[in-house]
Each structure stands twice: as structure tokens, then as C-alpha cells.
Design a protein around this ligand. Structure first.
Ligand code: PLP
Length: 383
């Protein structure tokens, strides 16, 4: 491996997180593993086979390019569902490969039936209903036409599901908005079934809803962030642990991000370190240079603010974050040498750098920090 850093994914952490999610949703509800955003930065090519080994049989992506990558990696016959973008000219590929997709406007539905006739294979669609998110979703005005069209073309289109997405289930402030969405979904779903259409699965819950609204589990849930070992927000974990006697966080992050010391230097008192004058050595210092910078996803806003682990100790980074390097103050850490392991995210000895602590300094939420980890950092599955 020629890379300057590596991302490790822990299989045992994934098993633990999936067991926790299963304990919430029970045996009967299907779990779709959401792998958009390069599996939340974990790497589709590494995460999908790992998830399959842990029993996942259903994956959700945002777009067709991600679905293609998932499909290339699937060994068992997992189901793949596109929740967002697929263009009409990509539908042929989807149908031929049994890839399912959301429908939130009539054009895609009609194109799906048109393609199904050409390919000689039915399309499996999930009607995404507008319940208040106001992003994508079938409006009530076109619902009747959509249902009639499906009913008329049953040979070419199967109703894989009815679904919707909550506008912020991770925040208590959105309580009324989300409650209204639940009511509207129930009403629309009843109406559709009265018209004689029978969806295979109804699915509306994301991670936050899985924890906070058990009544939304239905036949399937779409879980992203929690399978990777992160809570959707601080509020969700606080609410979850509030009445648990042991207060133990049941989730463990899969991800660790590691590099190695590239050089060690002694800097005399009174010298500036790195570009410009943002860091002045107030005493004689020992500095370790680490070959990871903003070009590798270590945000520039962490200049003089970052934390890394070396020899099991938490040390601060000093000076500006460079494109390819950061400097850590290892003055008080004995025996640091070129080649020693550096942990940017994850555990080393007794200490841990969490994604969220990282995020606090660089003003990014977990979701953002993870998905911005560059795709070309190698990902490696560990036990
Ligand atoms: C991202 C996404 C999810 C998963 O959300 P998490 O909060 O990561 O569980 C579910 N459904 C849709 C439509 C999404 O876009």
C-alpha cells in the first residue's frame, strides 16, 4: 500500500450495531442498509460485502451510479433500491438487473412502463408520497393518475413499496411536522390500498425514527447512520439513554482513520511553526509531522485545533493544516519516531478521537464529515 493513511472498518462493531437495530425493529421488519454517499464515507466496495456477511439483504442508494457499484459487489441476491436520482435512459439497466427505484412524478413512472415493455421485464417501483418534506414526493393531485396507470399496467410494473421521508426526525423541535407526516402517510396509504393496489413493503423510518417512533417501523426501515455506529443527533442518544439504568451507548463506530509519523523535529523557543505566524513556539518543542492534510479530508478549519493520538496520548496539532500535512505537538510524548502509528479518528490505547469531536471543531455534522472522506483513501476491513 502506497497511501499515506488508511481507513479501517470494524466487522465486530457492525455486528454489534446491527444487533442493536434488530433489537429495536424485531424479527419481522426488513432492514434496508442505506449506502448512499459512498456508504457514508466507509466505501461501498468494502462496506457492501461486509454488510452481506453480517446478514444484510437489502441496500438503498441515492443514485444509479451508486446502485451500479453496490450491484458489482453483491455476492448474494441482495435487493437494491434507488431512493433518488435515476434518469430515464438508466432505467433499462435497472430493470435488467432487478434494481428497484422510487417514483415521485409521473414521467418516471411512464418511462418505467415504457422500458419494461422494451426489456420484457417488469419494473419494481416504490411510490414516494409527499407528506410534508417538500423535496420529492408524489403530490395528492397526481396520485390518482399514478395509481390508475399502475393498475392498468400490472404486467409491466410491480408496486414494491409505498414510502415517504421525514423532514428531520432526529430533532424534537420537528415533532409536530413529523407527526403530521405520519398522519398524512397513513391516510394516503389507506386510499391507495382502497383502490386495490397492494404494496409489498411500506417504509418510512430512517435511523432517528427507528429509535424514536416504533410505530413507523412497518414492514421495512431504511437505516443509514446508525449501522455505522453514529447517532443521528445528540438529542436522539440523550432521549434514548434517559430512562436506561446503565446509560451505556449501544453503538460503536466502525471507522478508524490512521496514518504514521513522517518526521520528528525539535523547534527552539521563539520560532513560528508552519505557514505564516499562526503558531509561535513559546518554549522548546518537539513536533511530529503527519502526512495527512485538507487534501485528505482533514479540514483546514482544524488549524491549531486538531487532536490526534500518538503512543496512546491525545496531542494537539499546531499551525495551519496544509494540503498534505499536519504537525502535532509531541513535546511531552517520549520516544516518538518516524513510522509510529497516528490515529486521526478512532481508538489508540485508552484514548479515542470521535467523529463528533472532530466535527465540533470543524463545524460539520457526522454525516458531512464521513461522506467527505476522500474516496481514494484505502479502506480495510478488520475483525
Ligand atoms: C439518507 C436517507 C435515509 C437514512 O437516513 P439515516 O438518518 O442515515 O438513517 C433514509 N431514507 C432516505 C430517503 C434517505 O435519504
Amino acid at each position: 500500500m502506497f497511501h499515506t493513511c488508511v481507513i479501517e472498518l470494524s466487522k465486530s462493531a457492525l455486528e454489534k450495531n446491527l444487533a442493536f437495530i434488530r433489537s429495536l425493529i424485531g424479527e419481522k421488519t426488513l432492514m434496508s442498509s442505506v449506502v448512499k454517499g459512498n456508504a457514508y464515507g466507509h466505501g461501498i466496495e468494502q462496506f457492501v460485502p461486509l454488510a452481506e456477511r453480517c446478514g444484510i439483504k437489502h441496500f438503498s442508494t441515492f443514485s444509479a451510479d451508486e446502485a451500479y457499484r453496490v450491484q458489482q459487489m453483491c455476492r448474494d441476491k441482495a435487493r437494491i433500491m434507488i431512493m433518488g436520482e435515476i434518469t430515464n435512459d438508466q432505467l433499462e439497466w435497472a430493470l435488467e438487473n432487478d434494481v428497484e427505484f422510487f417514483v415521485f412524478e409521473l414521467d418516471r413512472l411512464k418511462a418505467a412502463v415504457h422500458t419494461a415493455r422494451l426489456v420484457g421485464k417488469p419494473a419494481t417501483v416504490h411510490l414516494e408520497l409527499e407528506t410534508g418534506m417538500n423535496r420529492t414526493g408524489l403530490e395528492p393531485e397526481v396520485l390518482e393518475e399514478a395509481c390508475n396507470f399502475i393498475a392498468k399496467n400490472q404486467a409491466h410494473v410491480k408496486l414494491g413499496g409505498l414510502c415517504t421521508h421525514f423532514a428531520g426526525a432526529e430533532s424534537i423541535a420537528n415533532y409536530y411536522r413529523v407527526r403530521k407526516q405520519k398522519i398524512i402517510f397513513r391516510r394516503m396509504s389507506k386510499w391507495i390500498k382502497k383502490k386495490g393496489l397492494q404494496p409489498e413493503h411500506e417504509h418510512i423510518a430512517c435511523s432517528a425514527a427507528v429509535v424514536r417512533f416504533p410505530e413507523t417501523h412497518l414492514q421495512m426501515v431504511r437505516v443509514g447512520i446508525m449501522q455505522y455506529g453514529f447517532w443521528p443527533s445528540q438529542e436522539v442518544i440523550i432521549e434514548f439513554l434517559r430512562d436506561k439504568p446503565d446509560k451505556i451507548n449501544p453503538l460503536t463506530p466502525l471507522i478508524s482513520w490512521k496514518s504514521r509519523v513522517m518526521d520528528v523535529k525539535h523547534i527552539p523557543e521563539g520560532e513560528y511553526i508552519g505557514y505564516g505566524t499562526s503558531y509561535l513556539a513559546n518554549s522548546n518543542m518537539k513536533i511530529a509531522t503527519i502526512p495527512v492534510g485538507y487534501g485528505h479530508g482533514f479540514s483546514r478549519s482544524l488549524s491549531n485545533q486538531g487532536r490526534v493520538l500518538i503512543h496512546g496520548q491525545r496531542v494537539g496539532t499546531v499551525g495551519m493544516v496544509n494540503m498534505n500535512a499536519i504537525m502535532a505537538d509531541v513535546t511531552l510524548v517520549e520516544g516518538v519516531e518516524k513510522g509510529d502509528e497516528v490515529v486521526l479518528i478512532g481508538r489508540q490505547g485508552e484514548n479515542e478521537i470521535t467523529v463528533s469531536s472532530f466535527g465540533d471543531y470543524s463545524d460539520q455534522v457526522n454525516y458531512e464529515l464521513l461522506t467527505r472522506l476522500p474516496h481514494d483513501i484505502p479502506r480495510r476491513v478488520v475483525g
